[in-house]
Write a protein that binds this ligand. Structure first.
Ligand code: GAP
Length: 455
């Protein structure tokens, strides 16, 4: 296949109803995207697989669902109101805005902007980098760009309280640490999970779903005794990587990358990077946050968030081991990895989305061979199978074209309703990847498909 670019993927996603540009009929709204019918199915399936692996299959893992709006003191305690910003530069000629560190890392891999001061970055940019938009070399000094979205609570103008849209979901998990501990009668170590929207006022050059201003995160926070943190950190690395490869991502497109510079409170941080069409970049963050978060929330709330070990009576502030991944960024990686153009034996090509069946928006497509003859029975079967899994129905155009469309959107099984269905109560099941067909009794199909599409 010709090299997949972000532009090609964006067009593919729009054509089939995975993703549309945000506010499109109003000329769009930069770095926002709307999920279409297939995209909504795909992100729900991604979240279901994550929940199954990291919540349902762990006895001491609890999902919660916290507010997007929280007491603004949360963000003072976490440090976000003071220092959650990116270095920004503007081209004085064409007025285009860039993130200074990204401008450097896109220009050269010889130096690492994470290890530079703002002054050093500014000097390097002005001496070396032409504006990617207009080609001129005339940038402003670097300024801090606040990533927090502010809004206001209250109706009377002079009594409005400044509040924030959360920039990460994890703080809700930290401030509910004791609620979960007590209500679930837990002991350390245990995990709190959350899936939800976060918002960042990003300086971003686009890159489709990679960096958006509104995005969903799936975060896990494991609370543990200091000293057990390193083992859990390594376990998290292994399990996060396994999740990706179990769901079919080619392991050659994944790697671990330790952070070159740790934030002051972290004792270890690694990203799982994916090889996007734009190069290697972060997909999933794995962090050892030490006891910083609970220490800060104890200090700012005045509530003692330490833990007393019921066996040893020892008292300490738990350490937190975090894994954090964006649902949209993950969806991007799954799509890039799965979208292929395949040469067939008859010299034709087909576009096929080889998603893991558990991720596929539809598990089966119900296709009556001849509309006039087989549609009625096909509709009956659609209703029956829809009780078990997500189905789609298509009676337009030739059967060959319908197979191709289902291949292109990743449907793992096409079920054809033909004369044999009417006579013998059997259907034909076509496998997306092998294109082989088998015949099966109508009533046996649901169990077969459930088994085949399990994660
Ligand atoms: N609680 C830790 C935290 O939020 P992060 O590295 O800032 O850590 C975690 O974010 C993950 O969230 C990233 O690895 C990425 O997958 C996703 N993410 C972060 N910012 C994003 C953005 N602007 N757009 C899309 N996904 C984003």
């Amino acid at each position: 296949m010709e090299k997949l670019t972000m532009e090609k993927l964006t067009n593919y996603c729009k054509q089939y109803g995975f993703i549309y540009p945000g506010s499109e009929i109003y000329g769009g709204f930069a770095n926002t995207w709307d999920y279409g019918p297939l995209g909504s199915r795909l992100i729900n399936n991604i979240k279901d697989c994550w929940r199954k692996r990291f919540v349902a299959q762990r006895r001491n893992s609890y999902e919660i669902d916290c507010g997007i709006l929280m007491n603004p003191k949360v963000w003072e305690a976490s440090g976000h109101t003071k220092s959650f910003s990116d270095p920004q530069v503007d081209c004085k000629e064409c007025k285009k805005r860039y993130r200074a560190d990204k401008l450097i890392s896109n220009f050269t891999t010889d130096i690492n902007p994470d290890l530079m001061t703002y002054e050093e970055m500014g000097k390097f940019i002005n001496e070396n980098i032409p504006c990617p938009n207009c080609g001129k070399r005339n940038f402003t000094d670097i300024r801090e760009f606040d990533l927090m979205f502010k809004t206001y609570r209250g109706t009377v103008n002079d009594q409005k309280l400044e509040i924030y849209l959360r920039p990460e979901t994890c703080q809700g998990e930290y401030i509910n640490f004791q609620n979960v501990l007590r209500s679930q009668r837990e002991k350390l170590p245990f995990t709190i999970a959350q899936v939800g929207k976060s918002f960042r006022n990003e300086v971003t050059p686009g890159n489709f779903l990679f960096r958006t201003i509104e995005f969903e995160q799936m975060e896990l926070q494991t609370f543990c005794k200091p000293g057990n943190d390193e083992e859990i950190f390594n376990y998290n690395k292994k399990e996060s990587m396994k999740f990706l490869t179990d769901l079919g991502i080619n392991k050659n497109n994944l790697r671990f990358k330790d952070h070159d510079k740790l934030v002051f409170y972290a004792s270890a941080a690694t990203d799982i990077q994916y090889l996007y069409p734009t190069g290697w970049d972060e997909l999933w963050g794995i962090h050892n946050r030490t006891n910083y978060d609970l220490t800060q929330h104890s200090k700012f709330s005045g509530k003692d968030l330490s833990y007393r070990d019921p066996e040893t009576n020892e008292k300490y502030i738990p350490y937190i081991l975090e894994t954090a991944v964006g649902v949209g960024r993950l969806m991007l990686a799954f799509l890039i990895d799965a979208l292929q153009e395949e040469q067939l034996e008859d010299k034709t090509t087909r576009e096929v989305l080889k998603l893991h069946p558990a991720l596929a928006p539809f598990k089966v497509a119900i296709l009556p061979l001849i509309k006039k003859v087989h549609s009625e029975k096909a509709k009956e079967i659609y209703e029956k199978y829809s009780n078990y899994f997500m189905c789609t129905f298509d009676e337009a155009s030739t059967i060959g074209k319908r197979y191709r469309r289902q291949d292109a959107i990743g449907t793992p099984y096409c079920i054809t309703i033909d004369d044999n269905t009417l006579k013998n109560n059997t259907v034909t099941i076509r496998d997306r990847d092998t294109m082989k067909q088998i015949t099966m009794d109508i009533d046996k199909v649901p169990y077969y498909i459930i088994e085949k599409t399990l994660f």
